[in-house]
Design a protein around this ligand. Structure first.
Ligand code: AHM
Ligand code: MG
Length: 345
């Protein structure tokens, strides 16, 4: 007879932090009737992000920068990093068996999964691609929707959902460290990857976007193409006013994930308005604007196209563009007042 093992109490300790896996599992335990599919979907998303992270970190060494069609020293064809990220996400999500429809900024049509499940996942696999060649922060953005008919035959139109129906959204920022920012509708939480063990640990629980900030983020090179209303907002934010903390400082990376992450943590405003060259705006509603808008609202911030709430826009096509303004509630409110002519100075 083996000796019985005495039961032991594990002493509380903070030697090991909360992992992303534990965080997601705790959410599942709190949700009545949860089947584990959503938890498994998020674990697959985390796997895809860790694979992309690993390739991004080797990009310079492995000749993976912007050179599609080039041949590496082993004589193999080199795939561009954004195409690689797209392939990883499509493969991992399809294999998960939890997606009915998968849509990517890099693919013309949404993909019907070969193992249909009950979710729709839309993503921008590697946002900020113009920054890849220069070693500047880039990222992955995604949104998850529950399918209306989980057992029905999936159709591509299931991807055309307003952002207010999102059940989960997040992004990974491949910066000096890789962070994963996630919301499943209960606030926004940030995780940092420990690359030595390949695990995300909770590093910023319950992120709140400050009510106002001191920085603005916009591609000011587009100034001559903006409407008079946007130009008035831009002039206002640069005017001196000790009373309300203007002029704001200016920060612009040119990767939405990096600019949005800073704005989420520090407050202020990010704007990509429509202009004469991009009359509908530049950023994509389904892959970029909706997930970010969901995260900002979950963190107490706001997101608009200048007039309407981003999450209320009914998409009519997969690659629809939209003007996008994100940030602190009071800064986004001031922008909206200028654009709707409620305020002129
Ligand atoms: P991408 O998805 O092809 O990378 O393009 C989107 C990017 C955003 O990350 C960023 O906010 C914007 O385009 C920058 O545009 P610009 O170079 O016109 O300022
Ligand atoms: Mg993008």
């Amino acid at each position: 007879m083996p000796e019985s093992i005495p039961s032991m109490r594990v002493a509380a300790s903070n030697v090991v932090g909360t992992t992303l896996r534990e965080h997601v599992l705790a959410g599942m335990r709190a949700a009545p009737g949860a089947t584990g599919e959503f938890t498994s979907l998020l674990n697959h998303m985390s796997l895809a992000i860790r694979i992309i992270h690993s390739r991004v970190r080797q990009a310079g060494l492995a000749d993976l920068l912007g050179y599609t069609g080039e041949t590496n020293v082993q004589g193999e064809q080199v795939q561009k990093l954004d195409e690689y990220a797209n392939d990883v996400l499509l493969t991992v999500l399809d294999k998960s068996g939890h997606c009915g429809v998968i849509g990517s900024e890099e693919v013309d049509d949404a993909v019907i999964s070969s193992h249909p499940g009950k979710y729709v996942v839309l993503f921008d696999p590697l946002d900020g691609s113009s920054n890849i060649d220069t070693n500047v922060g880039i990222g992955t953005i995604f949104a998850v929707y529950r399918r209306a008919e989980p057992r029905g035959v999936p159709t591509v139109d299931e991807a055309l959902r307003p952002g207010r129906e999102i059940v989960c959204a997040g992004y990974a920022l491949y910066g000096p460290s890789t962070v994963f920012v996630l919301s499943t509708g209960h606030g926004v939480h940030g995780f940092t990857l420990d690359p030595a063990i390949g695990e995300f640990f909770l590093s910023s629980p319950d992120i709140r976007c400050p009510i106002s900030g001191s920085m603005y983020s916009v591609n000011e090179g587009n100034h001559p193409r903006w409407s008079p209303e946007v130009r008035r907002w831009n002039a206002w934010i640069k005017e001196e006013s000790k009373q309300d903390g203007r002029p704001y400082g200016m920060r612009y990376v040119g990767s939405l994930v990096a600019d949005a992450h800073r704005t989420l943590l520090k407050g202020g405003i990010f704007a990509y308005p429509s202009d004469r060259k991009s009359p509908d705006g530049k950023l994509r509603l389904l892959y970029e604007a909706n997930p970010m808008a969901y995260l900002f609202e979950q963190a107490g911030g706001a997101a608009t196209n200048g007039v309407d709430r981003i999450l209320d826009i009914q998409p009519t096509k997969l690659h629809q563009r939209t003007p996008l303004v994100l940030g602190s509630k009071s800064d986004v409110g001031a922008y909206r007042q200028f654009v709707t002519n409620e305020r002129t100075e």
